[in-house]
Design a binder for this molecule. Structure first.
Ligand SMILES: O=P(O)(O)OC[C@H]1O[C@H](OP(=O)(O)OP(=O)(O)O)[C@H](O)[C@@H]1O
Ligand SMILES: O=c1cc[nH]c(=O)[nH]1
Length: 183
């Protein structure tokens, strides 16, 4: 039998501060947001991208396009011939655009790899950057984020659960410890 307990590692204020910092870092790194598009990965990456866009609007008084990307049918655990097209919510001129991928958790890196593959099937972005709310380590691919809300050292038996008000009714990040699991 296995049991689980958890610790809250980011609360509403912690998430707010981290996303505000990331918005500033994006503006600084890119010297503004010319030719930049935020691409939020479904599910919670979409809300991370929207929140970063709101902050950029407040800081810079400029709007940045937010695009939603659903790569559930495109993951590398599916056979190539079974892969579905990744769904992009709206077209954008990918050629010569700086794409800033946004997600809630970065773990093995396979979701991000699928997102990059999906985007590069559509064109050749000038650059792809990556923003995540929590990086829990355990990468299986050579992928590293450019903007990180919080680095969270974890064991494989732990899990990071991100809750966002828009869909979960609360803002918090939890580390869930699964006891009695083999790893
Ligand atoms: O680096 P990886 O090992 O790919 O893991 C990270 C992904 O896992 C979670 O998505 P999940 O597949 O649970 O879907 P969800 O966003 O709809 O919850 C999370 O939102 C990231 O997208
Ligand atoms: O711990 C994890 C791993 C992948 N995706 C999550 O949301 N949490």
């Amino acid at each position: 039998m296995s049991t689980a307990d958890f610790n809250i590692i980011m609360d509403e204020a912690g998430i707010r501060r981290a996303l505000t910092r990331i918005a500033h870092e994006i503006l600084e790194r890119n010297k503004g947001i010319d030719n930049c598009v935020l691409v939020g990965i479904r599910t919670r990456g979409i809300y991370i991208a929207r929140r970063i866009a709101e902050r950029i609007q407040l800081i810079e008084n400029t709007s940045i396009q937010v695009v939603e990307l659903d790569i559930t049918g495109y993951r590398d655990d599916k056979k190539k011939e079974e892969r579905e097209m990744a769904a992009i919510s709206e077209p954008f001129p990918i050629q010569d655009t700086k794409v800033i991928l946004c997600d809630d958790v970065l773990y093995t890196g396979r979701t991000i790899r699928a997102a990059m593959d999906a985007l590069m099937d559509q064109g050749r972005p000038q650059m792809i950057q990556l923003a995540v709310l929590a990086d829990r380590g355990h990468r299986e691919l050579p992928i590293r984020p450019d903007y990180v809300g919080k680095n969270v050292p974890t064991s494989r038996t732990e899990e990071i659960e991100v809750a966002l008000t828009e869909i979960d009714g609360i803002d918090e990040v939890k580390i869930v410890h699964h006891r009695g699991q083999q790893q």
